[in-house]
Write a protein that binds this ligand. Sequence first.
Ligand code: NAD
Length: 335
Amino acid sequence: MKVGVFSTKSYDRTFLEAANVDGQHDLVFFEPRLTLETSVLATGLTAICAFVNDQLDASVLSAIAQKGVRLIALRSAGFNHVDLAAARDLELTLLRVPAYSPYAVAEHAVALILCLNRKIHRAYNRVREDNFSLEGLLGFDLHGRTVGIVGTGKIGALTAKIMHGFGCRLVGYDVSQNPDCLVMGMEYVSLPELFATSDIVSLHCPLMPETYHLINAEAVNQMKPGLILINTSRGQLIDTKAVTKGLKSGKIGYLGLDVYEQESDLFFEDLSNQVIQDDVFQRLLTFPNVLITGHQAFFTEDALRNIATTTIANITDFEQGRPCPNQVSLDQVQK
Ligand code: NAD
């Protein structure tokens, strides 16, 4: 099948070509993101393969469907960037990679916690300048502290498991309880209680209308003063302006982000020679207690191998008319 791979980076190409055994699919690699302007590249393709910041709104879906595209194979688990109603109306098939390495993301969330708490990012720079002063580097023991996990699915449960290994107390919030977390002694509480009692809050729920700006001014107000807030899930879970206010007042002690609500204008590109126009993002970078990575939590060899293997298998299932276990059901989507 002829597949246009949008937002291709060198690593996507390496892993997808390795998974595309015997060249079973004709993969055409495009560096640009999929947008209305670049949708012209989909001419003559049966499938497109997209990543998290490709635009899959109604106008783009309609444009690519008119060009003959029948399948969207996402290289991600999340599909919040796809207009599901439009995909259904255009009779497009939507496939995804539901789990490729929850370990990769959970381990990155913990890396952000450890780095922020022990100020490794600051110590690294100091020591390179022969500054061995410890002033300002004081951390705290994780042992005995309370960790609040919002969204206790695959990644949230693994993050909880690692933090449990450090000797932390676990509290959780989810619409359904995970038995693995209950076994670890996690106590499920309301969101306000989780914010009020946690020394560390880590977000692992999907982005949906109900979770948009889950961390807003009211939530910040409810938080235990000085807490560490970590988001490796989706940027729009956080109202960045409200969190910036929380950082300025000291209510939020540390912020670790792998995702950002306006990341599609920034992440995955080298913008080091440009002037960043996003003042909200630039303000965040001025805080010593904020650590941002550019959506790299998933970025391990194991995860990329799994993403590529599952994506190729998904496309093959579609081509051969087999039911695909990774199909996103569009039947229940509201008009
Ligand atoms: P999952 O489906 O296994 O778990 C999500 C959990 O969130 C489920 O337990 C679900 O019940 C819960 N949930 C649903 N609605 C909720 C609500 N309103 N409030 C609280 N919890 C709610 O998903 P996962 O594999 O653990 O992934 C979690 C998120 O991580 C994904 O949605 C994705 O956005 C993000 N992610 C980020 C990266 C990255 O590189 N930064 C990579 C993969 C996934």
